[in-house]
Design a protein around this ligand. Structure first.
Ligand SMILES: Cc1ncc(COP(=O)(O)O)c(C=O)c1O
Length: 325
């Protein structure tokens, strides 16, 4: 990434994305997702979600999402503030939405006293480290489209999901009926930068204005574009995500062997969720930063990344074994 940024730092180009780096990166996205996608680069993931959702909704609409969704719990209300939409959040056991959980929101369709559901938003991989299968996504998009709704994917970790499913990006987005995607760069090794991908160009018609008004039009766009090109033109995205997922597998397997630790989710991407007795958590947090995901049940979240090493895992597991009895 640093090399890509450095190479893009030669000479001068026109600002705001009218440059060869951006043209090349957009083509790279189109090779992965399909020739007809519209692609826009933004600074961060919250912005990608908020602006992507804003582009396809009106303020009287609602966005249906998992209770655990990043848009629901980790974006400080930005989706509600900027799109004006109400989020209809759904309790779930594993980060995933299913049609049976959201059907009842349709009872108010056409009734002026109720918000009108317009988008189903899922995260892939989910905030619980699980991964939607192609069929699960297809079922959700079919339900959405039948009911005049769209399917949005928060793909902050879509590379981890793709390698977990051994699928291409297109197979888990365009081919299963996804309408709008927030594509994650930072979590797979970029310094910064995310993208909003529209699978129907009509939905992208006003996006350039929405992005600028939403303060996500980088003047020095080339530095995001160059990173995306470095990530996606070869197999760097795949190698990095495979590696992160493999590290999570090792970590999950090792923690699962410790009698007083219970894994709470299958390890399908780069996250490991576990219940650890509360009394040991502070001690572990003195040496390692991690979130307590659910205070009530003392569930914690461990994440691995493109640069986690086997040695990092060994050291961490050794500390856990020494601390947790
Ligand atoms: C599921 C998910 N979506 C989106 C984001 C993007 O967040 P940010 O605005 O920090 O780039 C994150 C980051 O933690 C995430 O986990």
């Amino acid at each position: 990434m640093i090399e890509a940024i450095s190479a893009a730092n030669e000479g001068h180009v026109i600002a705001y994305g009218d440059d060869v780096f951006t043209a090349r990166a957009v083509k790279t996205f189109q090779r992965h997702f399909g020739r007809d996608v519209a692609v826009f680069f933004v600074f961060g993931g919250t912005g990608a979600n908020v602006l992507g959702l804003t582009a396809v909704t009106k303020s009287y609409n609602a966005v249906v999402c998992a209770e655990t969704a990043h848009i629901n719990v980790d974006e400080c209300g930005a989706p509600e503030k900027f799109s004006g939409c109400k989020l209809l959040s759904v309790p779930n056991p594993d980060g995933k939405l299913r049609v049976e959980m959201i059907k009842h929101f349709l009872h108010g369709v056409g009734f002026e006293h109720h918000v009108q559901p317009r988008v189903i938003s899922v995260s892939q991989a989910t905030e619980m480290g699980t991964v939607y299968t192609k069929n699960e996504l297809k079922t959700l998009s079919a339900f959405a489209h039948k009911n005049n709704m769209l399917l949005h994917v928060d793909g902050a970790r879509i590379s981890n999901a793709a390698v977990s499913l051994n699928a291409s990006f297109k197979e888990i987005t365009a081919d299963v009926g996804v309408d709008v995607l927030s594509f994650g760069g930072a979590k797979n090794g970029m310094m910064y930068g995310e993208a909003v991908v529209f699978f129907d160009k009509n939905h992208a018609r006003d996006f350039k204005y929405i992005r600028k008004q939403g303060m996500h039009l980088p003047s020095k766009m080339r530095f995001i574009s160059a990173q995306f090109d470095a990530l996606l033109s070869g197999d760097l995205w795949k190698r990095s995500a495979l590696h992160a997922n493999r590290m999570a597998q090792i970590l999950g397997a090792e923690l699962g062997k410790i009698p007083s630790i219970t894994l709470t989710q299958p390890v399908e991407a780069n996250g490991v969720f576990a219940v650890i007795p509360r009394k040991y958590i502070d001690e572990l947090q003195k040496k390692y930063f991690f979130y307590v995901w659910n205070e009530e049940i003392s569930e914690v979240r461990f994440m691995t990344s493109f640069d986690t090493t086997e040695e990092d895992i060994e050291k961490f597991v050794a500390l856990v074994k020494k601390t947790v009895r």
